[in-house]
Ligand binder design. Structure first.
Ligand code: SAM
Length: 238
């Protein structure tokens, strides 16, 4: 009976979504949700359940500016990475990695080095656990590390970096993080990309002038903005 109840709720949700946004966006959204469901089931990971920002376990004063844990959708991000075709020797850093779903997608893409930086101790532990489980179904994976730290305190890797930022924090921390990127660009010649989604503070990022290129993408109904800076950095492979 419970199944019937939830099936009815899902159908009601789909009807309302179609009325509001149309058939195509609804089909895309349902497709992405089903993809995540099977991705999770296939690998045996747990990345789906949301965690409210009040429940994040940390002593950082930046908890006040942290957004809740809500995972990105795997398929749109995977499509974006294929489209961008960024060099594999770039370090991928998910800023606010949560339970690590995007670390798995980035590792499958083939980045040589994948890092998740996460404010909450419990989420960091869950991300490490998910990486361990994921390794069991994947023979060849790059180095994947999870650092339990405030993104502002984290020491950036050397060389080229592709950041992923899924609305992890509010403007005060975002501005500090952009300053950190600017310092990294000033201190050595390197390419930096920042994949940003959803594009809530796009205008503030543009106003900061840290990046000199910006491109918009959309896959599976999810919008991504890709900013880039540094020698020959653009949003496609070098
Ligand atoms: C919307 S979730 C994104 C999770 C993951 N990146 C994804 O796309 O699936 C945002 C995450 O950022 C983390 N976060 C918030 N403020 C942070 C900070 N100052 N440093 C590091 N992580 C932070 C939150 O704990 C949360 O897990």
């Amino acid at each position: 009976m419970r199944f019937r109840g939830s099936a009815r709720r899902n159908l009601e949700w789909a009807r309302e979504h179609i009325e509001r946004y149309g058939v195509t966006p609804t089909v895309k959204k349902v497709g992405c949700v089903m993809y995540d469901f099977f991705y999770e089931w296939f690998h045996g990971t747990e990345t789906s359940t949301m965690v409210w920002s009040d429940d994040l376990v940390t002593n950082s004063p930046n908890k006040a500016h942290a957004n809740c844990y809500q995972p990105s959708k795997a398929w749109p991000f995977s499509r974006l990475l294929s489209e961008l075709n960024l060099p594999r020797d770039t370090a991928f850093v998910d800023v606010g990695a949560g339970k690590g779903r995007m670390l798995l997608v980035a590792a499958e893409y083939g980045f040589n080095r994948v890092v998740g930086v996460e404010l909450c101790a419990n989420l960091s532990a869950q991300a490490r656990h998910n990486v361990e489980i994921f390794r069991k179904t994947r023979a060849k994976l790059p180095e994947i590390s999870v650092v339990n730290s405030d993104a502002i305190e984290y020491s950036l890797p050397e060389g080229d970096i592709a950041f992923y930022l899924n609305n992890s924090f509010k403007i005060p921390v975002l501005m500090q993080f952009l300053e950190k990127i600017q310092q990294a660009l000033d201190s050595s010649s390197r390419r930096i990309w920042m994949i940003y989604s959803p594009a809530i503070h796009d205008s503030a990022i543009q106003d900061s002038r840290v990046f000199h290129q910006r491109q918009r993408y959309e896959f599976g109904g999810v919008e991504f903005i890709v900013y880039s800076a540094g020698p020959r950095a653009d949003s496609t492979a070098a």
